[in-house]
Ligand binder design. Structure first.
Ligand SMILES: NC(=O)c1ccc[n+]([C@@H]2O[C@H](COP(=O)([O-])OP(=O)(O)OC[C@H]3O[C@@H](n4cnc5c(N)ncnc54)[C@H](OP(=O)(O)O)[C@@H]3O)[C@@H](O)[C@H]2O)c1
Length: 303
């Protein structure tokens, strides 16, 4: 299991090697393969760009049509990780129906959550999630927002032992929960932690990300666009001059690459219901990590 120091020295070695290469070699091909990263607890590799379903998959029948293309492009682009939750209204139903209709379940690495208040409710909710997702297993089952976390994490561990779940985790989306989340991650060492992290919200760097790296816990990033708010902040603004040198041609790609450039991060899960935005987001998955100087410049821009 890699320690935080090993993570950081590997990242510095990559950055140094990139700095020593001639300038032309820094520009990756526009259609590079999406990067894979290892889940520390098993070594299984997953694509660094995944997708969320909050909002984007909470649609009526008419709203399902563009989502088919969103999913087709996702899989064609080499991605596989999809995050959902039983409390995103009908998102699990929509996702389950579309994966079945498109015959894509076996190409998807599926993550859902437990958002319940006692053991019986958690058991019933998970059974219902499998029915709604039209599957007999999920790759990741995470405790949503630390709700009833002791009981629900114990349930998730049992489901993992039964083979219904491959990995277990914990999630949150607010800075105020980071200290508690970091303490639980250090003590419980789940396979995954999911947390908010973006150019305008870097609190996770203080404890959650280092603790996850030290504990051998994979990190899934939510809200990399601050729920879409970052786009109004950059409307009409040109990208930094160095963006093209690292293969970045949109603000969405830059926000995602910022998140995936942190050495502790395994996968980021942007949500969109629009096919052309899905293609844009996937382009962030190939190319070099941003340097510490580039990351600091972005943080200063959005402070
Ligand atoms: N506690 C938790 O466990 C928790 C909490 C929050 C989020 N999550 C998970 O993390 C996922 C991501 O977080 P999020 O949905 O809150 O926010 P997000 O990914 O930061 O932002 C989503 C917003 O960005 C827009 N967008 C997406 N791609 C774009 C692009 N290329 N260009 C311009 N706009 C773009 C989307 O609009 P369009 O749809 O119109 O494109 C949507 O309004 C969620 O879907 C969910 O799966 C989990």
């Amino acid at each position: 299991m890699a320690s935080r120091r090993e993570f950081l020295s590997a990242a510095i070695a990559v950055a140094t090697a990139a700095a020593l290469r001639p300038a032309f070699a820094l520009t990756p091909p526009a259609t590079g393969a999406i990067e894979l990263r290892a889940i520390p607890s098993t070594g299984e590799k997953i694509p660094v760009i995944g997708m969320g379903t909050s909002g984007s998959f909470e649609v009526d029948v008419a709203g399902r049509e563009p989502l088919k293309e969103v999913l087709r492009r996702f899989v064609a682009g080499g991605a596989s990780v999809i995050d959902t939750s039983p409390n995103y209204s009908n998102a699990e139903d929509v996702l389950g129906d579309l994966l079945a209709e498109l015959g894509l379940r076996d190409r998807i690495w599926l993550a859902t959550k437990l958002a319940a208040d006692d053991r019986a409710a958690g058991e019933a909710q998970f059974a219902d999630s499998l029915r709604r997702l039209r599957t007999d297993r999920v790759e990741l089952l995470a405790v949503h927002n630390l709700r009833d976390w002791r009981t629900q994490l114990a349930l998730a561990r049992e489901l993992k032992a039964q083979g219904k779940v491959k990995y277990i985790g914990l999630t949150h989306f607010r800075d105020e929960a980071h200290d508690q989340l970091a303490d639980i991650v250090a003590a419980e060492k789940p396979d995954f932690v999911q947390i908010n992290y973006s150019v305008s919200a870097v609190n996770a760097e203080k404890r959650v990300l280092p603790v996850a790296a030290d504990s051998g816990v994979a990190v899934m990033i939510n809200r990399a666009f601050d729920d879409g708010r970052l786009f109004s902040r950059v409307a009409g603004q040109a990208l930094p001059g160095w963006a093209a040198e690292v293969g970045i041609s949109s603000w969405a790609q830059l926000f995602l690459r910022f998140a995936t450039s942190h050495p502790a991060v395994t996968v980021v899960i942007p949500a969109t219901g629009k096919p052309e935005r899905q293609s844009d987001n996937l382009l962030a998955g190939s190319g070099p990590r941003l340097t510490e100087a580039q990351r600091a410049e972005l943080v200063a821009m959005f402070r």
